[in-house]
Design a protein around this ligand. Structure first.
Ligand SMILES: Cc1cc2nc3c(=O)[nH]c(=O)nc-3n(C[C@H](O)[C@H](O)[C@H](O)COP(=O)(O)OP(=O)(O)OC[C@H]3O[C@@H](n4cnc5c(N)ncnc54)[C@H](O)[C@@H]3O)c2cc1C
Length: 408
């Protein structure tokens, strides 16, 4: 059969992308350069700052960042995180984890990465960012998707992309209730900025007691602030309103009450937060969907295959954006062909990244003192020079387990 030449420009398409963190702006960038008209709707009132350092590793991530034209800027704004130290309750060091083991080839704060992609796309004539709004309903017709918003006027789009994270509204509307797709892994994680009381400079300290972990790190060398990470085990999935700051502050305060080391000062900083957008608080969970698309609606990033922690969600999100936009271009905008090819090229890769992530909770906050000692022993072995290389290779294997096509 002779292959028909395709129209490779996407200028005839108007896409709605829900979510402006990593996956959304990455896709907007990839689509806009091919001429598509893109509207990105983000529920937060502005691009959300914060989030921890995320890293890229191996040739696949590098190729995608280079293709997007942001490789140099990611390097220019990278964190240079050094050694991370496990400490006792009195702050005395126990084990040092080398940077090579923890930080990939290049590490950058999530907010900085989102800002780079946002800055590259926000002034393009055919890209529009709408903040402070959310999709309210989706209705697919033979020619497009009729969308209503919580605040803005209804509109019709050719395609709708869910890049709105683990608790994706787009997925709930098009695929069905979250409970069908989300597997809770028994732990929760929170992150927010704190004053740099410890005077950290591109280092981090981590303290665990049974079922809880507090980490404080300064990744960018800016002396005034640091980032706190809290992880705790909770066999029951917590039910809370993600837009209710006070409720989340209360949960975290109760969970970390009585913990030693810097926990009291971290909780004090938590109490001082004034906007829910300054706090990242979520279940450690994974998303498993049968297919990444339904009709004209498709998922990228955590919305489709999220793993919360350790699953290289950021790397996977930029790779997904590359593949999805590329397949759309290769198919001349025909979404049926493109979505099927995206799924075939990307689905197994995403699953491989998720597998790596499964153990993040118990590893960071082991449930008993004995398990903490066992974990420390593992860390000690892994941080020895030859094994640090092995650990890096293991994660790099998942991060490179895809053959990327060169798209038009
Ligand atoms: C502020 C912040 C901090 C984070 N911190 C960490 C961290 O410390 N550790 C970690 O492992 N992961 C963290 N993440 C998640 C991490 O960014 C993702 O795992 C990964 O980068 C993939 O990104 P994503 O764009 O698919 O999803 P996400 O980064 O989760 O982004 C989803 C975006 O969609 C927006 N959104 C949600 N619902 C709607 C809606 N109904 N309508 C419109 N927009 C909506 C959100 O505000 C967010 O901007 C954080 C995410 C954010 C937004």
């Amino acid at each position: 059969m002779t292959k028909q030449p395709q129209d490779q420009s996407l200028a005839h398409l108007h896409l709605l992308v829900s979510g402006a963190s990593v996956a959304g702006p990455a896709l907007a960038l990839q689509l806009a350069r091919r001429g598509a008209r893109v509207t990105v709707v983000e529920r937060a009132p502005a691009l959300r700052p914060g989030g921890f350092a995320v890293d890229f590793r191996g040739h696949v991530h590098r190729k995608v960042l280079q293709d997007m034209g942001i490789w140099e800027e990611v390097h220019a704004r990278q964190t240079h995180m050094g050694v991370q130290t496990l400490v006792d309750a009195d702050g005395s060091p126990r084990i040092e984890l080398p940077a090579a083991m923890m930080s990939g080839d290049v590490e950058i704060a999530r907010g900085e990465l989102a800002a780079i992609m946002y800055e590259r796309t926000r002034d393009l004539p055919h890209v529009t960012y709408v903040f402070g709004d959310s999709v309210a309903s989706l209705h697919e017709t033979p020619t497009g998707v009729d969308v209503t918003f919580e605040k803005g006027a209804p509109d019709t789009f050719d395609l709708v992309v869910g890049a709105d994270g683990l608790h994706s509204r787009t997925r709930a509307l098009a695929f069905g209730d979250e409970s069908r797709y989300l597997t809770y892994l028994g732990y929760c994680v929170a992150g927010f900025d704190v004053p740099n009381h410890l005077g950290l400079d591109r280092t981090a300290r981590i303290h665990s007691d049974p079922g809880r972990m507090v980490g404080i790190g300064n990744a960018d060398g800016v002396p005034s602030h640091a980032g706190a990470t809290l992880v705790f085990s909770s066999p029951e999935r917590l039910d809370f309103d993600r837009r209710d700051l006070a409720q989340q502050q209360k949960i975290l305060t109760e969970r970390f009450r009585g913990m030693g080391w810097e926990a009291p000062r971290v909780l004090e900083a938590l109490g001082g937060l004034t906007s829910v957008d300054e706090l990242y608080f979520d279940a450690i969970a994974q998303i498993h969907v049968d297919r990444l698309s339904v009709g004209r609606v498709v998922l990228v990033g955590d919305a489709g295959y999220g793993a919360t922690m350790g699953g290289m969600g950021t790397g996977a999100a930029v790779v997904a954006a590359y593949v999805l936009a590329g397949e759309l271009a290769a198919a001349g905008g025909d979404h049926r062909t493109a979505f099927a090819a995206y799924e075939a090229a990307f689905g197994d890769f995403a699953k491989g990244c998720q597998k790596i992530a499964g153990n993040a909770g118990p590893f960071l906050a082991p449930p008993t003192a004995r398990k903490i000692r066992q974990r420390d022993l593992t860390y000690r072995m892994l941080s020895a020079r030859p094994l640090a290389g092995f650990f890096k290779k293991l994660t790099e294997k998942a991060a490179t387990d895809i053959v990327l096509r060169d798209y038009p």
